[in-house]
Design a protein around this ligand. Structure first.
Ligand code: ADP
Ligand code: 5GP
Length: 193
């Protein structure tokens, strides 16, 4: 599937660390890379658009996709399903383009098992206090969900050493440059000789 011309980028890290913020800047600057739009059962947030940020699904619709083996990976995260449509990833890789997955840790580990050659990046916050502060500033979660996401973050950090690259999102510009550089480097490394 990965033929030396293209890369599968797995970008993960705890909720609120800044993944979405970094993704926007990376996609503004790089060409020949496609963002994989995930499916989720969580409620749409103000400003989000169905088919742009996510494909928003009911639990029944999502479970049908699981049964039909339509997902490359999926996970339950703080009470909702999230998953990556398989066809888009395979079709894009076959067309010779890079694919970028922005997913949580359990799903990332599933994809890394299927594609050990993937470029796996774990984005870490400068501290858990700063993570909490970012989640609060974003103001998208209820207090209950925020606490659950923080508890999940502590669990997720335990998997740090499974990832090829760790980037700290302290200074935003530096983190963006680091993620872009990792993608550019991967493009210059032949995966099969
Ligand atoms: P994620 O997609 O990982 O859940 P977001 O991209 O939504 O995280 O970022 C969470 C919050 O943190 C947002 O309000 C965002 O503006 C802010 N943020 C992102 N990166 C930084 C940074 N380097 N320094 C300070 N705040 C940041
Ligand atoms: P949010 O609800 O904040 O948009 O996303 C919650 C978590 O789910 C984030 O860590 C995000 O990266 C992750 N996520 C988004 N799409 C997918 C996906 O397709 N699969 C998995 N496993 N996680 C996803």
């Amino acid at each position: 599937m990965l033929n030396g011309k293209n890369n599968l980028i797995i970008f993960t890290g705890p909720s609120g660390v800044g993944k979405g913020t970094i993704v926007k800047q990376v996609f503004a600057d790089l060409k020949n890379i496609e963002f994989s739009i995930s499916c989720t059962t969580r409620a749409i947030r103000p400003g989000e658009v169905d088919g742009v940020n996510y494909f928003f699904k009911t639990r029944a619709q999502f479970e049908k996709m699981i049964q039909a083996d339509a997902l490359l990976e999926w996970a339950e995260f703080v009470g909702n399903y999230y998953g990556t449509p398989k066809d888009f990833v395979f079709n894009t890789l076959e067309a010779g383009n890079d694919v970028f997955l922005e997913i949580e840790v359990q799903g990332a580990l599933q994809v890394m098992e299927k594609f050990p050659e993937a470029v796996s990046i774990f984005l870490v916050p400068p501290s858990l206090e700063e993570l909490e502060s970012r989640l609060r500033t974003r103001a998208t979660e209820t207090e209950d969900i925020l606490q659950k996401r923080l508890a999940k973050a502590r669990e997720e950090m335990k998997f740090l050493d499974r990832f090829k690259y760790i980037v700290t999102n302290d200074d935003l510009d530096k983190a963006v440059e680091s993620v872009k550089a990792l993608i550019m480097v991967a493009r210059n490394v032949p995966q099969k000789i």
